[in-house]
Design a protein around this ligand. Structure first.
Ligand code: PEP
Ligand code: MG
Length: 569
């Protein structure tokens, strides 16, 4: 078994087809008639443009406008007068052949893009190299590998797939994709998800492990790949595939349906996201908004903090795409298990009990918290943004953050910058202390979201990442259940919205209890939404009261879990 990064969910079983691009040999050849050479380049540019247009139109009809944008991006690059002008100047000035001029100029641009911090800009490097190769192939008369006509049941194996190659795939014939390079957010991975082909990327040295025709089994959700597995493994994955497809099909009927229980209680079913790009999935699975945007992901995998402007753009994008649906954005929650090297945080003896989340932010107002809050306020003019403060333990923390928000609002007023004056500010209830004083919080804050991942850890005094004590880590522990119930009751009594964004919100064994307790909003990974909608619409909150009473009467986690297993579905 080989491990990689899961890029597109689902199970793929089929025969390996290794896709290798012919290595182009680009030499620096001198030309005498530079004007004719410029014309030759223009002809190739024209042809590449036409080919790209066909790919874009094909993608737009076959997959969607959004996906076609990747190819339209290539067309913009090909039309960029800076780029084409530099290539022409290079041909004329250095009296070199078009192939070499294209090589030099495009490589330079790709290097600049690749060295940028922004992941999206880095992606432009792949796009630039893709158009470079395609222009050179036209110039050299080398045909591109045609992967549109592969036999059914092919598993594409490649070092990396260029976006244009992925766009040419016919999903009816391709059962899966495995690459040695790439990441979750590479354009090929995005396209694989859009085409709904299971894919695992970043499997190191995979090309040395597989030959054409080998049987390959991949699990795009788990990020694992098998080559010529034993019959029993193959059968296990065949039945997993059937189950996956059957459930997926069945759940599609819940798209566009309201999330209302049998006794008429409307529930908000929203998604957890980490990056602005994740909103596409929220729309795909018909999420009713975002219940948790973990902003720390904007701060990760880079060498310096995102600026206020970069954050503003990210928050604005989510708010705009969700067009008035609620978007709860959590302020920076770092420390504990989430490290950000450039923040200069020292290692805490007890990271989960230390200098993290709101504690850190209130200590770093000028360089960290104010720019984030200002970006959030400015973005609130473009949609229904709500601000959420993580890891509060006492009301003073909330008051201090709220005062800062008010101070920034006044500054924005003075500067004449738009923001939502009625913006809601809520807290994550995820510490034992916050749960115990939930009644006090409920009187001041606009909403609660229960973070069961941490609430369980802090209630049970058990490190959520430590295997040795994981037997104690259960949301079904009577102490945790009492805490959850109390938080919901306090919110309901004060008339504020109460949601849950910890993993428990999508647990089929927990959903009936949460409905009985009166939870208003369930936030989970987008792909879990339709299954949750199916479950919620099948229950009546009134009928569940007896279930909740019984669950609450048990003394041990095991008894609660055994009882709730009957609801596991
Ligand atoms: C939680 O603690 O339940 C939560 C949703 O936040 P995180 O997992 O990011 O700590
Ligand atoms: Mg948490």
């Amino acid at each position: 078994m080989y491990k990689g990064t899961s890029a597109s969910s689902g199970i793929g079983i089929g025969s390996a087809v290794i896709v290798e691009e012919a290595e182009l040999v680009i030499k620096r050849e001198a030309v005498t008639d530079t004007a004719a050479e410029v014309e030759r380049f223009k002809g190739a540019l024209d042809q590449t443009m036409k080919d790209t247009e066909v790919l874009a139109a094909d993608l737009a009809t076959r997959v969607g406008e959004k996906e076609a944008e990747i190819m339209q991006g290539h067309m913009m690059l090909l039309m960029d007068p800076m780029l084409t002008g530099e290539i022409e100047n290079s041909i004329t000035g250095e009296a070199i052949c078009s192939e070499y001029a294209v090589e030099q100029v495009c490589q330079n641009y790709a290097m600049v893009f690749a060295s940028m911090d922004d992941e999206l800009m880095q992606q432009r490097a792949t796009d630039m190299l893709d158009i470079k190769t395609r222009m050179q192939k036209v110039l050299l008369g080398v045909a591109s590998v045609d992967i549109s006509a592969l036999p059914a049941g092919s598993i594409l194996v490649a070092k990396d797939l260029t976006p244009s190659m992925t766009a040419g795939i016919n999903p009816a014939n391709v059962a899966g994709i495995v690459t040695e390079l790439g990441g979750k957010t590479s354009h090929s991975a995005i396209l694989a998800r859009a085409l709904e082909i299971s894919a695992v990327v970043a499997v190191s040295d995979f090309l040395t492990k597989v030959k054409n025709g080998d049987t390959v089994v991949l699990d795009g959700s788990e990020g694992v790949v098998y080559v010529n597995p034993e019959q029993s493994v193959k059968e296990e994955y065949e039945s997993k595939r059937e189950k996956f497809l059957k459930e997926k099909k069945e759940l599609e009927q819940y798209i566009g349906k309201p999330t209302v229980t049998k006794d008429g209680v409307h529930i908000e079913l929203v998604a957890n996201i980490g990056k602005p790009e994740d909103v596409e999935k929220v729309l795909q699975y018909d999420g009713e908004g975002v219940g948790l945007f973990r902003t720390e992901f904007l701060f990760m995998d880079r060498t310096s903090m995102p600026t206020e402007e970069e954050q503003f753009e990210a928050y604005k994008k989510v708010a705009e795409v969700l067009a008035g649906k609620p978007v709860i954005i959590r302020t920076l929650d770092i420390g504990g298990d989430k490290e950000i090297p450039y923040m200069g945080l020292q290692k805490d003896e007890n990271p989960f009990l230390g200098y993290r989340a709101i504690r850190f932010c209130l200590d770093r107002k000028d360089d960290v918290y104010k720019p984030q809050l200002r970006a959030l306020l400015r973005a609130s003019a473009f949609g229904n943004i709500k601000i959420m403060i993580p890891l509060v333990t006492c009301i003073d923390e909330y008051r201090e953050a709220k005062a800062l928000i008010e101070e920034l609002k006044a500054e924005l007023d003075q500067a004449g910058i738009a923001y939502n004056k009625e913006i809601q500010v809520g807290v994550m209830v995820e510490t034992a202390a916050a749960s115990l004083i939930a009644d006090i919080f409920a009187k001041e804050v606009d909403f609660f979201s229960i973070g069961t991942n941490d609430l369980t850890q802090y209630t049970m005094s058990v490190d959520r990442g430590n295997d040795k004590v994981s037997y104690l880590y259960s949301t079904f522990n009577p102490a945790v259940l009492r805490s959850i119930k109390r938080i919901i009751t306090c919110a309901r009594e004060a008339g504020i919205m109460v949601g849950m964004c910890g993993e428990a919100a999508s647990d089929p064994m927990m959903i009936p209890l949460l409905l009985a307790f009166g939870l208003n909003e369930f936030s989970m990974s987008a792909s879990a939404i339709l299954r949750a909608r199916k479950l919620i619409t099948g229950y009546s909150t009134e009928e569940l009261q007896a279930v909740a009473d019984k669950a609450m009467s048990f003394a041990t986690t095991k008894e609660v879990e055994d009882y709730m297993k009957t609801f596991a579905g």
